[in-house]
Design a protein around this ligand. Structure first.
Ligand code: ATP
Length: 135
């Protein structure tokens, strides 16, 4: 199988670098399956899992907090504010973040900015838990 280089980069540095056979990601417009040789494109991502297929059942799973997917025929780059490999996610931390966000969303008084921020934090926590299989 042909492969392409995939890099996942955050403001803290590179999170992932590997040669993979297929990238499956959730763009704002829907799910994308990218194989080597794909035409160049850029797409904003949802808070979601990115699957990196490495042959057979072997795959890496990364939780991304949105960001941008840039595709070139032999290179895929994901730029995200935060991204974690499934094996590096702190489950207790994600559970605490989820509970905090839920408490904020259910609080009696809240302004719109707080609501949106809590909603995004909730989505990030749910996504992290889902990527570890706890979602
Ligand atoms: P928290 O409230 O727990 O900080 P958050 O969603 O607000 O969660 P982010 O702002 O998305 O956190 O991320 C801040 C940094 O912490 C990033 O580098 C991110 O990769 C890392 N991070 C956040 N949650 C986890 C987690 N559960 N496991 C590992 N790393 C995490």
């Amino acid at each position: 199988m042909k492969t392409m280089k995939v890099s996942v980069v955050t403001p803290d540095g590179s999170v992932y670098e590997s040669d993979v056979e297929m990238v499956i990601a959730k763009a704002q417009s829907g799910e994308l399956g990218i194989l080597p040789g794909h035409i160049a494109m850029v797409a904003p991502l949802q808070i979601s899992a990115v699957r990196l297929k490495k042959g057979g059942k072997d795959e890496d799973l990364i939780a991304v907090s949105g960001g941008l997917l840039e595709v070139r025929p032999e290179q895929v780059t994901i730029l995200a504010q935060a991204a974690e490999l499934s094996t590096e996610i702190d489950i207790d931390r994600a559970i605490r973040a989820k509970e905090r966000a839920e408490q904020r969303l259910h609080a009696q008084r809240q302004d719109e900015v707080d609501f949106r921020r809590a909603e995004m934090a909730l989505q990030r926590a749910i996504n992290r838990l889902s990527v570890t299989g706890r979602g």
